[in-house]
Design a binder for this molecule. Structure first.
Ligand code: ADP
Length: 154
């Protein structure tokens, strides 16, 4: 039997409840979902790659078909390497859509066999972003409503 493989790429700086919700939805559409944590040198991350990876791994430790891997370089190359046929991305708003559309179109030029699939965020997660979580933290606020319980900031 052929495995249907998808990837969900992102920075997860840190992972939020919005990410978790979209990843759970995506995992139901494929046999294997690989969460790819991008190590993007041009986008300086706030948390180390190791911390970001730990939090994502712990969040999905009880999910049989969700794997977590780090990658660098182009997302489309990561998808090819993993034999994925789908790239999942989440949409919160029309701003996300405009940005994501450009990336998806570029990726389809690079490899037209790999399809980008957009999943809509539920209303209750629509306002959550990693950057808002970082802002709350910088100001000593409580982030518990915005991130999975596995995200432990020390
Ligand atoms: P990137 O730096 O690649 O945009 P992010 O970690 O910020 O990585 O986001 C990864 C994906 O998760 C993107 O498709 C983004 O639109 C989506 N996403 C982020 N937050 C939410 C949310 N609250 N609801 C739904 N999708 C989200």
């Amino acid at each position: 039997m052929k495995n249907k493989i998808g990837i969900f790429p992102g920075s997860f700086d840190p992972i939020t409840s919005g990410h978790r919700h979209i990843i759970e939805k995506a995992s139901k559409l494929v046999d294997v979902l690989i969460v790819g944590i991008g190590d993007n040198s041009s986008k300086k991350s706030f948390y180390s790659l190791e911390k970001r990876e730990d939090w994502v791994k712990n969040t999905f430790k009880n999910y049989d078909n969700i794997l977590v891997k780090k990658y660098n370089g182009l997302t489309i190359n990561f998808a090819e390497k993993e034999n994925a046929k789908f790239i999942f991305r989440g949409l919160r708003s029309s701003i996300d859509y405009e940005y994501e559309k450009q990336i998806a179109e570029t990726n389809s030029v690079l490899n037209k066999e790999i399809e980008t699939i957009f999943l809509l965020s539920d209303k209750k997660y629509g306002m959550i972003s990693s950057s808002i979580v970082r802002d709350i933290l910088k100001n000593n606020g409580d982030i518990r409503d915005f991130v999975p319980k596995e995200v432990k900031i020390s």
